[in-house]
Design a protein around this ligand. Structure first.
Ligand SMILES: CC(C)(COP(=O)(O)OP(=O)(O)OC[C@H]1O[C@@H](n2cnc3c(N)ncnc32)[C@H](O)[C@@H]1OP(=O)(O)O)[C@@H](O)C(=O)NCCC(=O)NCCS
Length: 149
């Protein structure tokens, strides 16, 4: 049976592991991007909204989120899952599920009772993952406009 992951708040030292997980997932390596993003998370996001999963003291997954109040005309605060990734070698062992469960519990502890995320239309894996965790299509509509002339 797979080992239960240990979930903890993200730290700056997790940068290399996150870069590697993304590289192994998508073939894209973005060290500078993640460095800035982790700095930003440390500076302005509540620490509970970004976590990593460790197995045998190795970071094998990450979840980056944030908390928002009175955004988009919503009356209640919302916690956002912005990015989630698990090392391909550790998938289908319940690691992402554990990170989401941890995030949901933390949101509840901070009196936030709704979690939002966005899933691409053609990202069936992600859709199935979130559906399995009890997420369903919400009431908000996604609007966008291309501004390149
Ligand atoms: C989606 C993702 C986070 C799932 O991580 P995971 O740790 O493998 O997920 P879990 O093991 O917790 O899955 C729980 C349940 O979700 C569903 N699920 C997970 N991955 C799935 C997939 N690829 N296809 C269909 N259903 C899936 C299953 O129902 C699964 O339960 P089961 O294994 O008992 O059937 C992972 O596949 C991933 O990181 N994908 C890449 C995402 C990405 O591009 N992120 C940005 C850059 S890294």
């Amino acid at each position: 049976m797979a080992k239960a992951p240990y979930i903890r708040n993200i730290r700056k030292e997790d940068l290399a592991a996150i870069v590697e997980i993304e590289d192994r997932s998508t073939g894209v390596s973005r060290r500078d991007y993640w460095e800035k993003r982790i700095d930003m998370y440390e500076a302005i996001r509540p620490s509970w909204t970004s976590v990593v999963a460790e197995v045998d003291n190795r970071v094998v997954g990450f979840l980056l989120g944030r908390a928002g109040e009175m955004e988009f005309g919503l009356a209640d605060p919302v916690a956002w899952i912005e990015t989630i990734g698990v090392d391909p070698a550790y998938r289908r062992q319940g690691i992402a599920a554990k990170m989401v469960e941890h995030f949901n519990l933390s949101a509840d502890e901070h009196d936030i009772y709704t979690v939002f995320t966005l899933v691409g239309k053609s990202n069936g894996d992600m859709e199935q993952f979130f559906a399995k965790r009890g997420f369903a299509q919400g009431e908000m509509r996604h609007f966008q406009k291309r501004v390149k002339i």
